[in-house]
Unconditional design. Structure first.
Length: 431
C-alpha cells in the first residue's frame, strides 16, 4: 500500500506492458530478442530504447534483464560517473560475471562523450551487454561508435485507448484496498490529459483517490470534476532543446507547404504554448521564401512585418500576428523555384569546375583594368530598348546552364513570358 501506484502496477511480463505492440507482440523485434536470449548460448544484443517518458522503456528493460542469465547492473546517467563504470568493469573478472554482465543505463543522453567512450571497449568485446534508454533522439546525443554497436528501438507515445486500459487496471488495484469508483468521463479525461505518458496518468489516478470526496456509504466516487482539479490542464509534451522541438517545427512547415491552415495553426499553437517565439519567427520567414517564394513575392514582406510585431508585443499578444502570418502562408499559392534554383547553383559552385568570370563582367574601376581586358566590351542594358541586350553572363564552361525554372503560378507565368522574349532576342543574335 505504501508503494506508488505506478510501481504496484508495473508489468511482470511483456504482454502486460501497455502499448508498444510494434515491438512487444509475438514475432515483433523486442519480443523475439527476449525469446532468443533465453536459449542457451544466445547473446543478447546491445539495445537503445528511445521514446517519450512514461511509455515503458524502463519496464521493458527490467523485464529483459530479469529473464537472462547474466549479472545485472543499473545506472542512471543523470548521477552516474566514470568511477561507477570502472567499478562495473572491475567486477568483470569475478565469478558472478563469468557469463558477462548486463548494464541498464537510464537517460544515457546525460553521459558525455568521454563517459560513453569508457563503455565502448567492453561493449565491443561482449563483456558488457548494454541496454540504454533515452528520451532524446539517440542519433543526436549518443557517440557514433557506441551507437553503431547498438540496435535502436523507438517507443511510441501511448494512445488514449492504451492509457484507458492502464487506468482501468490501476482502479482495480486501488479497489483491493478501498471502496473507490471512477466515472467513465473521469477515466477518459485522465487518458486525454496525460500526454501519452502512462506514469503521469497513474499519478493522476492516485491524486484523484486522495482529493475525491467520500459518499455516505464510505465509497470514494471520482468524478470528471475531481480529475479536472487534479490535472489543471492538458499535459503538453514540448522541450525547446529536445527532439520534439524539431518535430513540431517540421510539422508546422509541412502543413503550410500542404496548404492546410488548420493543421498549421495547431502546430503553431504547440509552439506558442512552449513559449518559443524565436523558432516560430525564424521558421515562418524561411517558409515565405522556400515554400511560397515567387508565387506570392509579397509574402516575405508581410511575414517580416508580422514577425516584427510579434517581437514588439511579446506573448500572449504575439499569437495574433503569428497566426496571421501562418494563415497567409498556408493559404497562399506555392512555389519552390527559389530554393531549387539557389541549391542547384550552390551545388555547381561547390562540386564542379565552373570556370572564370567572363572578362567583360569583371570590375573595370581601377587603374590597369583596361590593360587586363577587364570590363571591355560590356554593354549597358539600360542603353537598349526594353532595357535588355543579349550578351554572355555565365562563365564559358557553363554558359548554357539553367538554374531557375519557373513554377506554374500567375507571377511566374509572367516571368516565363518575359523570358521567352529574351530568349528570342538571344537566339536572333546567335544567328
Amino acid at each position: 500500500m505504501n508503494k506508488p501506484l505506478a510501481d504496484r502496477l508495473r508489468p511482470q511480463t511483456l504482454t502486460d506492458v501497455v502499448g508498444q505492440r510494434h515491438l512487444l507482440s509475438e514475432g515483433m523485434p523486442v519480443f523475439a530478442v527476449l525469446e532468443r536470449s533465453k536459449q542457451a548460448g544466445m547473446n543478447l544484443p546491445n539495445m537503445i530504447f528511445y521514446g517519450p517518458s512514461g511509455t515503458g522503456k524502463t519496464t521493458v528493460a527490467n523485464l529483459i534483464a530479469k529473464n537472462i542469465n547474466k549479472k545485472l547492473y543499473k545506472l542512471n546517467a543523470t548521477n552516474a560517473s566514470v568511477a561507477d563504470i570502472k567499478s562495473i568493469i572491475a567486477d568483470l573478472d569475478g565469478f558472478e560475471a563469468q557469463n558477462g554482465v548486463v548494464l541498464y543505463l537510464d537517460e544515457i543522453q546525460n553521459f558525455n562523450k568521454k563517459q560513453q567512450q569508457s563503455l565502448l571497449e567492453y561493449v565491443e568485446k561482449g563483456d558488457i551487454t548494454l541496454i540504454a534508454s533515452t528520451t532524446e533522439n539517440p542519433y543526436f546525443y549518443i557517440y557514433n561508435a557506441l551507437l553503431s554497436r547498438c540496435t535502436v528501438f523507438e517507443f511510441k507515445e501511448l494512445s488514449d485507448e492504451d492509457i484507458k486500459g492502464a487506468v482501468t487496471r490501476a482502479v482495480s488495484i486501488l479497489q483491493e484496498d478501498m471502496a473507490i469508483t471512477f466515472s467513465d468521463e473521469a477515466v477518459s479525461h485522465i487518458a486525454t490529459t496525460s500526454g501519452g505518458d502512462c506514469r503521469k496518468a497513474l499519478n493522476t489516478v492516485e491524486m484523484c483517490s486522495m482529493i475525491a470526496k467520500m459518499d455516505k456509504d464510505g465509497t470514494i466516487a471520482v468524478t470528471l470534476e475531481d480529475v479536472e482539479r487534479a490535472t489543471s490542464k492538458k499535459a503538453f509534451r514540448y522541450d525547446k532543446d529536445g527532439d520534439s522541438h524539431y518535430d513540431v517545427l517540421s510539422a508546422l512547415q509541412k502543413s503550410i507547404r500542404g496548404s492546410d491552415p488548420d493543421a498549421a495553426l495547431h502546430y503553431l499553437a504547440r509552439l506558442i504554448a512552449g513559449g518559443d517565439l524565436i523558432s516560430i519567427c525564424r521558421r515562418i520567414q524561411v517558409m515565405a521564401s522556400e515554400d511560397i517564394g515567387l508565387a506570392y513575392p509579397q509574402a516575405v514582406s508581410i511575414v517580416k512585418s508580422c514577425v516584427d510585431a510579434a517581437f514588439q508585443l511579446g506573448f500572449p499578444e504575439a499569437r495574433l500576428p503569428l497566426a496571421q502570418a501562418v494563415i497567409l502562408l498556408a493559404t497562399a499559392p506555392k512555389s519552390n523555384s527559389v530554393i531549387m534554383s539557389i541549391d542547384a547553383a550552390l551545388s555547381d559552385v561547390e562540386h564542379s569546375h565552373t570556370g572564370d568570370i567572363p572578362a567583360h563582367l569583371k570590375d573595370g574601376h581601377y587603374a590597369g583594368a583596361k590593360k587586363l581586358g577587364h570590363a571591355q566590351g560590356y554593354q549597358y542594358p539600360h542603353n537598349f530598348p526594353n532595357h535588355y541586350v543579349p550578351q554572355q553572363y555565365l562563365p564559358d564552361e557553363i554558359m548554357d546552364k539553367s538554374y531557375y525554372f519557373p513554377c506554374d503560378n500567375k507571377f511566374e507565368n509572367e516571368i516565363q513570358n518575359y523570358a521567352k522574349k529574351i530568349d528570342a532576342l538571344w537566339s536572333k543574335k546567335k544567328r
